[in-house]
Design a protein around this ligand. Sequence first.
Ligand SMILES: [Zn+2]
Length: 168
Amino acid sequence: MPFTPYHFGPSGFIGLVFRKWLDIPVFMLANVIVDIEVLYWDKWPRHRYVHTLLIGAAAGILWGVAAYPLRRLFKKIMQFFRLPYHTTFLKMLISGVLGIWFHLLIDAFYHWDVRLFWPSRIIPLYGLISKQQVEAICLACFIPAFIVYAIIVLSSIQKNKSKSLRGA
Ligand SMILES: [Zn+2]
């Protein structure tokens, strides 16, 4: 699913739930940048190297390294969304790899040419559920993602309030 919003629902939800261990911007953007490969190839198969667990992991590490200098920018973006942001280099690496893998996991149900286990040619996930079901699940993920997001923001507002009350 190249540059469709479908990946944002699941990656946002997982990123928010596991925010203690994941760098949300790195994790979510990994889900986007992996599809540069799909744009690059003008003929099918368009999911080739980066859409495999092996090379995808290498791409995720590279993305984590590239993202490290951007951490201040990410912090500003997270502040804009009123989300706390504490990251480390290791967290960024892990989030890069897991972000790409998470994208591949969804794609593997959807695209016949995603060879997760390359060099093996098996495609055990493709066709297990219909494309419409994959899309529906991805869209449905926006709801829990929004709920978790709202809870985080509301509880941080609450915390700030009680902090300022104590300070007064
Ligand atoms: Zn993809």
